[in-house]
Design a protein around this ligand. Structure first.
Ligand SMILES: [Zn+2]
Length: 314
């Protein structure tokens, strides 16, 4: 009888242990379903809230931007020093990455899908790193979701914690940081588009709403950017911390993946739409003609060049 009890106890312990390990190894369907309605901004805030950070973790600002020192809080390294990844002679920008073995196959597939999505709308090509690479992204499951802004030189960590960061839009968001982009609400021209209500911001979080010299690339302020935080981000009282101007009821901060402007801005920064001269087909066209076309039918490069009254195709 006693032997039977021991057996039952062992079997139960084994069952509990395997259930625990399964839960740790895979993001369960219920967690995925719970998150389906959340924007990238909400997912990031949820994943990064209440983290206990250690001395080995980088300093974070604006929720998920890693910085090497306090001096970097008020400067965008991309505008002060340059931060772009180099362009190859074939016109592509190859960004080496290494995915650490923290992740399950399913989690790796989410990350890879995010990396590969950039190939469909830009000249960015994330590719597996080689021993000869000088600079590369090390994609790891560290403490929360975060990335440095732009190319830093050498190995730089992009953290996508297994708990909370593994969604298509959050992967794109962190990769955009690594490519040189900041949050939409910190844009140099943001005061024309959103009003920041500091009285509703959690004490000590005010720095997250600082304004910096950002790389806007001539693109309009975009409420639907995957880099725009949501209405109550860092709120201490559930009241808005940001309100759109002039219409306070406009929806914003709800993006679940990169917007058209996010893609256009990326293409402009990396000059993805510029091709070898002999391959250019330049079509002069008046802007009013675009008004009759669905935006989806206009090539991305054309959108980024709309202000120049022509578009070009390679
Ligand atoms: Zn961010």
């Amino acid at each position: 009888m006693a032997r039977m009890s021991v057996f039952r106890f062992s079997a139960l312990a084994l069952l509990l242990l395997s259930a625990c390990c399964w839960a740790y190894n895979e993001v369960g369907p219920s967690q995925e379903d719970d998150s389906a309605e959340l924007s990238v901004s909400e997912l990031l805030e949820r994943a990064n809230s209440n983290l206990i950070r250690s001395a080995n973790d980088p300093i974070l600002t604006e929720g998920d931007i890693a910085i090497a020192s306090e001096d970097e809080r008020n400067a965008d390294p991309c505008t002060s020093q340059g931060c772009k990844w180099g362009k190859n002679s074939d016109g592509k920008v190859y960004v080496p990455y290494y995915i650490t073995n923290h992740f399950s196959d399913r989690e790796k597939a989410i990350i890879t899908r995010g990396l590969e999505s950039f190939s469909s709308f830009s000249c960015i090509r994330f590719r597996p790193s080689r021993s000869s690479d000088r600079d590369w992204l090390s994609i790891e499951s560290q403490n929360g979701c975060y990335s440095f802004v732009g190319r830093r030189g050498g190995k730089q960590v992009v953290s996508l914690a297994r708990r909370g960061c593994l969604y298509h839009g959050t992967v794109q968001h962190e990769l955009l940081h690594a490519l040189g982009f900041n949050h939409e609400q910190t844009r140099s021209d943001r005061d024309n588009h959103i009003k920041v209500l500091l009285q509703n911001v959690q004490s000590g979080m005010e720095h997250n709403f600082r304004k910096i010299a950002t790389l806007n690339q001539g693109t309009p302020y975009d409420y639907n950017s995957v880099m725009q935080y949501h209405r109550t981000a860092f709120s201490k009282n559930n009241q808005p911390t940001m309100v759109p101007i002039p219409d306070p009821n406009v929806s914003f901060g709800n993006a679940k993946e990169m917007s058209r402007n996010d893609k256009a801005r990326l293409n402009t920064l990396y000059k993805c739409c510029e091709c070898p001269h002999e391959h250019i087909i330049k079509i002069n066209i008046h802007i009013h003609m675009y008004s009759t076309l669905s935006l989806d039918l206009i090539p991305l490069c054309a959108v980024s060049l709309l202000q120049k009254n022509h578009f070009q195709m390679c």
